[in-house]
Design a binder for this molecule. Sequence first.
Ligand code: GRF
Length: 205
Amino acid sequence: MDKLLKIGVLVSGSGSNLQSILDACAAGRLKARVVCVISNVADAYALERAQAAGVPALHLDHRAHSGREAYDQALVTTLREFGAELVAMAGFMRIITPVLLDAFPMAVMNIHPALLPAFPGLHAQRQALEYGVKVAGCTVHLVDPGTDTGPIIMQAAVPIVEGDTEQTLSARIQKEEHRIYPEAIGLFAAGRLSVNGRRVEILAT
Ligand code: GRF
């Protein structure tokens, strides 16, 4: 049997992306295993999803640490304890520092609900609607020290339809998120991502 990639997932909220990763692992579509789920928010529903899947679910409160670096050091310690090889941010509402990035070089991923580099930061779907674009989408990228600026692994486009609200658009984008995040992680697990500056080449099998 192929070796399973060990993933540590960072969350703050509902965890529907976490669920898509857990489901893909359980179905054998993703040759990986979630070894721990860490939330900075105590009552994040994502922690319940982790527990239901039998995955260690931990609350690490950022307010209990003296600053961003100290918090990230605590994340690194915990992720290492569980042997994580890839860190997947899935709705983790914290800016991370080089303390985490240097501990997992080219091995921290994020999913963002926009076609980057358009609409980085918070409320990306609202930004897209207010700007009036006709096509929105989502992006899986490697994380670098900027906000949503790292090398892009995979994107999916989602049309904006007449009468869309932030909620309807977000729901349509999330369907695509749940498809491409496990797929991108699968490429990482298979060693098929080759990063050259900003460009990520997907190697053939
Ligand atoms: C997603 O829209 C993701 O793109 C963004 O945060 C949201 C998390 O949703 N980074 P969920 O917690 O995975 O349901």
